[in-house]
Design a protein around this ligand. Structure first.
Ligand code: GLU
Length: 294
């Protein structure tokens, strides 16, 4: 069950698909600084839901790197791979509201339907009324209502999405039985009692769908803030899959300064040790400066 909510609780949820790279460090810094500046608690979660993408040892390596960079967390990290029971609970609640249906459509079929959504081809709802049964080897989707859902993001401003038209019925459990990120993240944030989610802007478009799930599941909605993404020289988002270079844990200060500079924070004070770097960065932190960088 959810912990009692403190006034402010933030989190960082890396996927252990490779070492920590600069893009993730920026997100970690934004969440950590905003949390500490509010006197809040900061929690970690290992997003290892999709075992096909997990790289052995990456979880430990990420935690070690964070520690070397001077991040401190307030509880033992949790991992999604331990939380299937909670995802099943969510699935049962949604099923009880007649919102879930089984679907055997291939990606090709969806592509050929030619409908565009915010994240590429949108599911046209073929299986909504086919009444396929869940044999455990079939994907499950939620039937979205014709509803516009708006969120007020502390960095990106207001985002309104017409869920059925812009997103389409999305998968909550894949055919390989892996629960989808969208469902897991909602349960994870709720159970960890997260009040403020600060993460990369690549997840902004996912947020209305997560808020919709929170409403259906009777969960509180955190305050969201989506930080701008670091890009490589070709303008692409840095990600572990792109093999973005891991951050150098042997020499954290220059990288930390670059990260907070990217977030629009002052770096004028020269700190020669991690502890004073963090003290100054927390004292100087302003989320508004991140917003003006976007
Ligand atoms: N695990 C996701 C990532 O590494 C972040 C999920 C989230 O912050 O909601 O991109």
């Amino acid at each position: 069950m959810p912990d009692t909510f403190p006034r402010y609780r933030g989190r960082f949820a890396p996927s252990p698909t490779g070492p920590l790279h600069f893009g993730s460090l920026i997100t970690a810094c934004a969440s950590y600084l905003d949390t500490r500046a509010h006197g809040g608690q900061w929690l970690l979660r290992v997003d290892d839901l999709d075992q096909t993408r997990v790289r052995p040892g990456a979880d430990k390596a990420i935690l070690t790197t964070l520690k070397r960079f001077g991040f401190r967390w307030d509880k033992e990290p949790i991992r999604q791979s331990d939380r299937t029971v909670r995802y099943q609970w969510a699935l049962a609640r949604l099923t009880g509201q007649n919102l879930v249906y089984a679907c055997d459509c291939s990606r090709k079929r969806i592509r050929e339907a030619g409908l565009a959504g915010v994240e590429g081809p949108r599911y046209p709802g073929y299986c909504r009324h086919r009444g396929l049964s869940d044999d455990g080897k079939i994907a499950l989707r939620v039937a979205l209502p014709n509803e516009t859902l708006c969120i007020d993001d502390a960095i990106q401003g207001r985002l309104c999405q017409q869920l059925a038209v812009e997103v389409g019925d999305f998968v909550i459990r894949r055919a390989d039985r892996c629960f989808a990120y969208q469902l897991a993240v909602v349960m994870d944030d709720a159970d960890q009692g997260i009040s403020h989610v600060i993460r990369g802007a690549d997840l902004l478009q996912s947020t209305p769908r997560q808020v919709w799930l929170q409403h259906r599941l009777g969960l509180a909605t955190p305050q969201y803030a989506h930080a701008p993404l670091a890009r490589d020289a070709q303008g692409r988002k840095l990600s572990k899959q792109d093999m973005a270079r891991p951050v150098d844990a042997a020499n954290p200060l220059p990288t930390l300064r670059a990260a907070i500079a990217f977030l629009g924070q002052p770096t004028a004070e020269v700190s020669s040790d991690l502890e004073s770097f963090w003290r100054q960065a927390i004292d100087n932190w302003s989320l508004d400066r991140v917003a003006s960088k976007r």
